[in-house]
Design a protein. Structure first.
Length: 111
């Protein structure tokens, strides 16, 4: 079952520098659960976190569907992306910056 249709964000934009941990901990706090640490190691997409949340809440997808807007709002709070554009296939981490762009930025800023 698809929760929403329409435009999808490619990524929530988390940097992989610890902000993804903050985002997941925010979801845990808001929903009063604690994810299994082994599950967390497999979080790549929003859908991975959603499935783990449903598992912890012990609810079906249909029972959990009304929680989706709050879930996406909390998960995307760190980066400020539009939570209405978040889908299960949305990646948690921002795409890696191509090496060419990294080199250009280093030259521009002398780093």
């Amino acid at each position: 079952m698809t929760l929403l249709s329409g435009a999808m964000l490619e990524s929530i934009g988390l940097g992989g520098d610890g902000d993804e941990v903050d985002a997941v901990e925010r979801v845990e706090a808001v929903f009063g659960i604690a994810f299994d640490h082994e599950d967390c190691q497999r979080f790549v997409t929003v859908g991975n976190v959603w499935d783990a949340l449903r598992k912890e809440l012990r609810v079906t997808e249909e029972e959990a569907a009304p929680l989706w807007p709050r879930f996406t709002e909390e998960l995307s709070w760190e980066t400020g992306v539009d939570p209405t554009q978040v889908r299960p296939a949305t990646s948690l981490l921002a795409p890696a910056m191509p090496d060419v762009m990294k080199d250009g930025i280093r030259r521009l800023f002398g780093r």
